[in-house]
Ligand binder design. Structure first.
Ligand code: UD1
Ligand code: UDP
Length: 358
């Protein structure tokens, strides 16, 4: 069986890493990189650290509006699919690269597998929610990280081809946490002591494109002592446009985005994590670190139900209150996202179907 895996953005690379290892034990894999992310810290560093095979095709699409970016990707992915004639296309998560890959393939009647299917925040203002819903409805195989994801799909009438596999991001954490602890020097480099600092990330469109929301968030960052902030390029641009950058740099330890190994070490040793990232909420849970989420909704509801995550939106006083007072009920921890063998399970299912998804 020939598989084309399509990636383009930071979280796509991290999800591809464990799966690609398993796929290559059984099938031929062609990796397509749309070029959605391109800075070294958003792209190449993950291929190097996670030993992801170099992309066979780099489409160089880059940044732009949703229509431009997604449209260019569909056009260019289609050319690759005409040439490669794969049996299956695999897409990951909820980025524009995910949707473009699914659309290009389904229109050519090539089977589509979605890794991280069935997630829903029920907030259609998030570009990711549109990408998730549409990708799921184009997919023949839907690999769900959680039971809740399976239920979400059922509610939308999707039951064929649905498999509960666990989350490939757990695989990535389990495979890399020891390596990270051996190799990363980030705590020394930044002069940080375990459990004595807060780690913050923010990049969601609904937070960064709205000057008011972004202002409230970074004001809370500025009033939080000992906060490290690996800053997404989108957020850096917006902070500069809104005239907030100088204040943030003066009051907060702002750093460039870090590689995956440094990120795992920063997360694991943080007193608390403050974020609007989907992946970071989940990793905080897996690493048993309290998480404060800068959103009103989350698709990773299990993290909240188990008491490890609290949703505070972009409200400065709620953020600061959680920084001060939020403590999870540490006894409530279960393997809600799987056991670290999701990638193997996906490949076993593909083998059983023998390249002929239902
Ligand atoms: C994208 C995904 C989001 C995901 C995030 C992960 C969509 C709709 N959004 O958001 O779901 O959580 O990636 O990080 O697919 N930029 C650079 N260098 C880069 C990449 C981006 O400077 O390497 C800047 C550009 O100014 C660009 C902006 O960031 O316009 C936004 O990039 P884009 O890929 O459109 O969306 P993200 O915000 O990164
Ligand atoms: N990440 C990283 N370096 C950073 C910030 C995030 O390696 O500076 C990793 C993080 O550990 C997680 C993934 O990127 O595995 C999450 O991606 P992101 O927050 O960009 O997107 P989301 O998960 O919200 O789609």
């Amino acid at each position: 069986m020939k598989v084309v895996s399509i990636v383009g953005a930071r979280p796509n690379f991290i999800k591809l890493a464990p799966l690609s290892k398993e796929i290559r034990k059984e099938f031929d894999e062609v990796v397509v990189h749309t070029g959605q992310h391109y800075d070294y810290e958003m792209d190449r560093v993950f291929f190097e650290q996670l030993e992801i095979p170099d992309p066979d095709y780099h489409l160089g699409v880059g940044s732009g509006t949703h229509g431009y970016q997604t449209g260019e990707m569909v056009k260019k992915i289609e050319e690759v699919l005409f040439k490669e004639e794969p049996d299956l296309v695999i897409v990951f998560g909820d980025t524009n690269s995910t949707l473009a890959g699914a659309l290009a393939a389904v229109k050519l009647h090539i089977k589509v597998a979605h890794v991280e299917a069935g997630l829903r925040s029920f907030d259609r203002k998030m570009p990711e929610e549109i990408n998730r819903v549409l990708t799921d409805h184009c997919s023949d195989l839907l690999f769900c990280p959680t039971e809740r994801a399976v239920e979400n799909l059922k509610r939308e009438g999707i039951v064929r081809g649905v498999h509960l596999t666990g989350d490939v991001m757990v695989d990535a954490v389990k495979q890399n946490i020891k390596i990270a602890e051996e190799k990363s020097r980030i705590l020394d480099q930044l002069g940080l002591e375990p459990e004595e600092y807060f780690l913050a990330t923010v990049h969601r469109a609904e937070n960064t494109d709205n000057a008011e929301r972004l202002k409230h968030i970074v004001e809370a960052f500025c009033e939080t002592e000992n906060l490290v902030f690996p800053c997404h390029p989108r957020t850096e641009n917006r902070l500069k446009n809104f005239g907030l950058w100088e204040t943030v740099v003066k009051n907060v330890n702002v750093i460039r985005p870090v590689g995956y190994l440094d990120m795992l070490v920063l997360e694991k040793n943080a007193r608390k994590v403050i974020t609007d990232s989907g992946g970071v909420q989940k990793e905080a849970y897996i690493l048993r670190v309290p998480c404060i989420t800068l959103r009103e909704t989350t698709e990773w509801v299990e993290t909240v139900e188990d008491g490890w995550n609290v949703l505070v939106g972009a409200d400065k006083s709620r953020i600061l209150n959680a920084v001060e007072n939020f403590e999870p009920e540490r006894r409530h921890y279960s393997q809600r996202f799987g056991d670290g063998k999701a990638s193997r399970r996906v490949v076993e299912i593909l083998k059983e179907l023998n390249g002929k998804p239902e």
